[in-house]
Design a protein around this ligand. Structure first.
Ligand SMILES: C[S@@+](CC[C@H](N)C(=O)[O-])C[C@H]1O[C@@H](n2cnc3c(N)ncnc32)[C@H](O)[C@@H]1O
Length: 205
């Protein structure tokens, strides 16, 4: 507990960490890649290394988790990544219309209860935000271990008239595995260790 509190306090002091709602909409830099629900943020650190000319933003509603990735990125002296403690419901205030090139959603909380459906990061209200902030032909990529969440997402996309250009229920055995998709998030390490298959899809609006 003590450890957690310390990290929470340290978070805003890290140069790469932003808390609240930074007024940078329209000025984040391009190309712009964001990860929503980034957790510890190591996947975003990998994105920043893979795409040194892009700006990468790791967003999570819970700042203590981001502390790990922010510390790693500072140690690696990365200057193209930021860690933002913010809820995804604020996306339309954080970004100008058509500002974002790519959105990654990695192992989102599945929120299995019916009364929590609106919190799912692929619920129609979130898709509406993604549609607004993504540039034309911008992409959304999703990885999850949770089959029910994956099926829910496919159904929402169908109802929205969106056809994914990638759908696989076993990413790590698929042709879609590469140095971007294949980098394992912290949750993914655990799920793969348990023998779970990683579901992956990507779409454009
Ligand atoms: C299951 S964890 C996965 C973390 C990380 N992506 C990984 O794979 O290791 C889901 C994360 O999403 C974050 N989250 C859930 N709803 C969110 C929201 N509306 N906005 C921002 N982050 C959210 C949680 O705080 C949590 O850190």
């Amino acid at each position: 507990m003590r450890d957690k509190r310390l990290k929470k306090e340290a978070f805003p002091k890290l140069a790469l960490a932003l808390v609240g709602n930074p007024h940078l909409a329209g000025n984040w830099g391009r190309p712009l890649i964001i990860e929503i629900g980034a957790g510890k943020g190591f996947f975003s650190v990998n994105l920043a290394q893979l795409y040194p000319h892009a700006t990468v933003l790791a967003l999570d509603a819970k700042p203590p988790r981001l502390w790990y990735g922010a510390t790693l990125a500072e140690n690696l002296k990365l200057d193209n990544i930021r860690f933002i403690a913010q809820d995804a419901v604020m996306l339309e205030e954080m970004f100008a219309p058509e500002e974002v090139d790519k959105i990654w959603i990695t192992f989102p909380d599945p929120y299995p209860k019916k009364r929590h459906i609106r919190r799912r990061l692929t619920a129609p209200s979130f898709l509406q935000s993604y549609r607004k902030i993504l540039k034309p032909l911008g992409e959304v990529h999703l990885k999850t271990d949770n089959e029910a969440f994956f099926d829910y997402t496919l159904e929402v996309l169908r109802l929205e008239g969106v056809t994914p250009f990638i759908v696989t229920r076993d990413l790590h055995a698929s042709e879609f595995l590469n140095e971007e998709t294949g980098f394992k998030t912290s949750y993914e390490e655990t799920f793969v260790g348990q023998g779970l298959k990683i579901h992956y899809l990507a779409f454009r609006f």
